[in-house]
Structures are given as C-alpha cells and as structure tokens.
Design a protein around this ligand. Sequence first.
Ligand code: GLC
Length: 439
Amino acid sequence: MAERGSPLPSHRGTDPMPMQPWFPDAKLGIFLHYGIYAVDGVPESWAFYHGQVPHEQYMRQLDEFTASAYDPRAWAELFARVGARYTVLTARHHDGVALWDTEHGDLNVVRHTPAGRDLVAGYAEALREHGLKVGLYYSHSDWNHPDYASVVHPDAPNEDVATNPLVAPKDGIEDPEAWARYVAYRDGQVGELVARFRPDLLWFDGEWERSEEQWGMRRLAEQILAGNPDTVLNARMLSYGDYATPEQGVPLLPPDGPWELCLTVNDSWGYQHGDHNQKSVRQLVRYFTETIGMGGNLLLAVGPREDGTIPAEQVERLEGLGDWIARHSEAVYGTIAGLPAGHHYGPSTLSADRRTLHLVCFDPPRESVSLRGLRTPVKRVRVVGTGTELGHRTVGGLGEVPGVLWIDAPEGADVDERATVLAVELDGELDLYRGTGRD
Ligand code: GLC
C-alpha cells in the first residue's frame, strides 16, 4: 500500500492506520461490473479501446440496455445471505457511461438507454437495508470524454498510454484547458456520488493513464473526505489510498497494511455470453481462505446481464461459498491473518484475542494433521462446524525448538467436502518459534 502523500486536513492526516474498522473485518465483498457492455457481452470498455469492436457498435449497446429486471433488493438479499459485508458497483467504468443521472457530462443510462432511470440510488438503499456497506467503483479515466485525450503522461507506464488516441493527444500537443475541464468533470461526478449516495467505499480505477499530479489526487481526496471523512479509498487513489488491491491472483506474501484481492468468478469482470469458465466452489473456498489467512478481503466479481439479473451459474457459486462460510463463520469473521507459511500446510486464521488458531485443510486429512513451531500449549482441538473434539499430542522438541503438534485426523461427517477447519484452542496468546533449530 502506498504511503499517504502529505497529510490531509482530515482526521486521517495524523492517523497512521487510516482505515475504517469495518473494512478489515468484512472478509467478503461482491464486485459488480454492470453496464452497457453486458448487452453484447463484450469486455467492459476495453472492447473499443482495443478495437475488438468498433466504437460506434460498442455505443449502440446504449439502445438495448434495459435494466428490465433490475432488482437491487434481490442482489442485496443474496449478497447478505452469502456472507458478504460490502459490495462495489461500477458507477462509471472507463467507457464513461454513468449509471446515475449526473449533471456533469451527458453520457448516462438515465438519458440514453431504455433503462431510463438512476441505478445507483436503489442499489445504495437496498444494501443499507440489508446491513451491507456501499461501495462504488469509479474510473478516473473516461475514453469517451471529448476533453480526456488532452495531456501526455510524463512517464507513461506503457506504449498504449503514450500513443492511444483515446488517451493521449494525437499530435502530442497538450491542451491544458481541456484537461482542466476534464478534471472538473471527474471531480463533479465524484462529488455527486459522495453527496447523493454517501458511499462507505470509493473504488477507483484507471489511474495508470496520468500522474498523481495530473489527476490532482490530493485535491480529490480532500474533496471526498470533506464530504464524508469515513469514506474508504482504494490504492488507485495513489498516495491517498487506504488499502492495496491485488487483482486476479493471491499474492504470495501479504501486502503491507489492509488489502483486498479482486477476483472474477469466471474469466470476465462483466457479463460475457460465452464465458462459462466459472471457478468451482472448492476453488473459491481456496481463494477466500488463502486471502483471509493473509489478512485480506476477497472482492469477488460477478457480471450481471443487461437486464440486471446475475447468471444462475454465478449465483450457485456465491451460494456454495456462502454455505461454507456460514458453517465456518467463527474461522472467518473477527479473525486476523493466521500463520506464516511453514507451520501448517494450508491457510489459517487467528481469533482477534490470538487464542484460537483455525487450520484450513483442503483435502481430507489422513491419519493426522501436523502443526510445527507452536510454543503455546494447546487446550483443545475441535472441528469447526461440528464441534467434535480431536485427540492431539506434542512429540519431540528440544530446548527452544518446540515439538510437532500431531492432531488426529477428523473422519466421516467431520470432513467437509470443500475444506475442513480445525480450531486449535491455545492456553494463552499464540507464540511461534521462527528459528532455524539448534546449531
Ligand atoms: C482492471 C480492468 C477493469 C476492471 C478492473 C477491476 O483494471 O481494466 O476493466 O474494472 O480491473 O479491478
């Protein structure tokens, strides 16, 4: 996670951990890429950026975006039921099509699609009714805005950013006034989101196309926090982000500070007719436990169809994961990152009081489960979800090097077909041996 730039004139300017406590304990969020791209089922915004479909054809999807079965209450009910604590909806992606009736710029689904109404207000309301935190995704970049391709990144991260006519001026000649208009437009839209919907979380994207200074990040952060000082900001606010956002792959080491893995259930962020490559529930349980075991949240992405319904095969995956979470909730909520690699062959979480370890076993354990390097004596080991107690003993150890804790393998109904969790109740706070053994 980036260090904040110079201190902001908010309570967070002096706070070394500028994070709302709900966020690190949320564990599961749902990411919704909902927009006109669902009509033809093409990659959100990128389809015209990469020339996969002509721009005109991409924009014709406006005519068929109906949101005819849009029911944010049904979304909220589903997400709450599967154990999510927050969701993030694409209020505006890189294609510039806003899902609310914005006064800044003309491109939105209210004025230009058969949907003909604001899709953000009902979403925010429904989530709050179900006790979920409200997240809104917003792209700094807008490849449809006439003033956008007006300045050049001083240190472009790739060739495309330097040369794509949707991003950079064709002739290389900058137009600072056009850019100032663009930034005012973006600030105006973000201001509306904060004032109208009071999001708990603003999930920015598209930051790579300009420098922090060009984006005026500090001013934008100040504006957001003046509107609502409790807004959580992701790292794509650059220095002003509160948490890191690795994407599509569990990191091998936990990022510093709070973080969130965003991951698609199939291979697409938005709805794509031909993409049936859904991850299995078992795989999702792995991603989820590997993430929370390193202290992160999983922001799991589903792509609603243009009518607003979520494909059944994705609903099933969410329900499968939710079912596993419900059975193992003590190993999920109210926990922090578990053991570093090497102690147990699988992820683990630790209760907030550091007195109970939860060991996740993906495959049915045979004979025994081992735990190495544990210094704290063990009071009891039981299977999470069934409560069955398991025999255990510590074998070996010499001097400061603790022996191995052998736990009898659970059997029969105590083995969960997705992942079994063993709660190791400690007689004191977790104390680990991390050394190299006797010389
Ligand atoms: C990438 C993609 C974007 C998607 C985002 C979600 O940045 O470009 O389409 O919205 O990932 O993290």
